[in-house]
Ligand binder design. Structure first.
Ligand SMILES: NC(=O)c1ccc[n+]([C@@H]2O[C@H](COP(=O)([O-])OP(=O)(O)OC[C@H]3O[C@@H](n4cnc5c(N)ncnc54)[C@H](OP(=O)(O)O)[C@@H]3O)[C@@H](O)[C@H]2O)c1
Length: 235
């Protein structure tokens, strides 16, 4: 039974995180989500209320462990428990390695990789209590390197390794861990404006339905690493 459980999704103000929040709310799960700007978080919290009132928007930057610890504290204050953590927040800067600045490198590693550690670090004691679920959003870029991808590839390869090692550490507490590696998703990622041209891509709702299916699986089984791609790329 997944109804009446509580999820925390980092980076839920748009894109994949928003799609996951919407589907989980529609299926009776309470959802806390984060973003970096108060105005955006408040607006999205209001938008998500059309699916369920059991939603909580939090201002938190995953680069900060203190921010993430405060976010988890607020979730426990409001909902009393935390069952599912989806470490989704991320960004991509795509440039040749000789042009990538140290600040851009740091931004990607601190958000995409250290951020998923911060989110788990802040929530793991709550997940032990609920025998919960920790999901990270890596990318197909976590297994396939490409031109202009050094910082992004490094961060997403890192998320795959991190989540799989965490899976081994956490399964002894009956906490499940899964890393999802999506292909192209129709979001605002890298300055994209979603439109008709993105119809062939994975949609944010598809990501939400995938997460829902994973959460519903029998406690006996654990899909620890999932590659998730569009059926017909660039169709
Ligand atoms: N779109 C794709 O094709 C694709 C494919 C594979 C993997 N992914 C991964 O999927 C995840 C979500 O990306 P998306 O496509 O949904 O992109 P998006 O539309 O740009 O959304 C990114 C989300 O992350 C949040 N975020 C960024 N930095 C943050 C930080 N430091 N702290 C907290 N939240 C932060 C943003 O919130 P605010 O801006 O409001 O703070 C926003 O909600 C990323 O990890 C990305 O690498 C995307």
């Amino acid at each position: 039974m997944i109804e009446n459980k509580v999820a925390y999704i980092t980076g839920g103000t748009k894109g994949i995180g928003f799609g996951i929040a919407k589907i989980l709310l529609e299926n009776g799960i309470s959802v806390a989500f984060s973003g970096r700007k108060k105005e955006d978080v408040e607006k999205v919290e209001n938008d998500l209320k059309q699916y369920s009132q059991n939603v909580l928007g939090l201002v938190s930057d995953v680069k900060s462990l203190e921010n993430e610890a405060n976010a988890v504290k607020s979730i426990i204050e409001k909902f009393g428990r935390l069952d599912f953590v989806i470490a989704n927040a991320g960004l991509g800067i795509f440039k040749p390695v000789d042009e990538l600045s140290s600040e851009e490198w740091k931004d990607m590693i601190d958000t995409n990789l250290t951020g998923v550690f911060h989110t788990l670090k802040a929530s793991v004691e709550e997940l032990k209590k609920t025998e919960g679920y920790y999901i990270t959003i890596s990318s197909l870029a976590g297994a396939n390197f490409f031109e202009n991808g050094t910082g992004y590839n490094a961060s997403k390869f890192g998320v795959v390794g991190f989540t799989q090692a965490a899976m081994i550490d956490l399964r002894k507490y009956n906490i499940k861990s899964t890393v999802i590696m999506p292909g192209s998703v129709a979001t605002n990622f890298n300055g994209n404006i979603p439109s008709e041209k993105d119809a062939w891509k994975i949609q944010p709702d598809d990501m939400g339905n995938l997460v829902l299916d994973i959460l519903k699986m029998n406690p006996r089984v654990l899909p620890s690493k999932i590659e998730f791609r569009a059926t017909k790329p660039n169709a």
